[in-house]
Design a protein. Sequence first.
Length: 172
Amino acid sequence: MRAVVRHTGVTVRSGSVADTPQRHFDDVYAGQYAVLVRLAYTTTGSVAAAEDVVQDAFLELYRRWTHVAEPAAWLRRAVVSRCTSWVRRRRLERRHGQPRDPGTHPPTAPETVAVRAALARLRPRHRAVVFLRYYLDLPEAEIAAALGCRPGTVKSMLHRARTILREYVDEC
């Protein structure tokens, strides 16, 4: 009889050919990559930067694979952390006159422009909270784990983000 192992949302039969650490990693990669790139893009505004951030997070996960109990949660936290660092670096580069990332693509749809403009008013951490809550539909406890804070902090960040977004919509 083969046991079924549930690992990061992927069911794999123990004892089968598919039951290897590499296979588990591949399944996590396939299931999480696109979602994480979208998460990173909401913070960076650059497809190229988002892909780089996510690749770096997966590389680090691969190195730590045997020590990570919840790969999906670990990846979300790693991506948010790397995006925050990316934003800080860009802010410093802009202060010193270095050019903007050429991977940034302006949106074309008016709705996208309006949403982007509203989200741009948020701090990177608030954007991450909005994305995790409303796009990934994560509960506050998981968002708190991903960001390394308490659920109450997530609630207050969501409240503040909604207030800023509401003010922007009222201005338009």
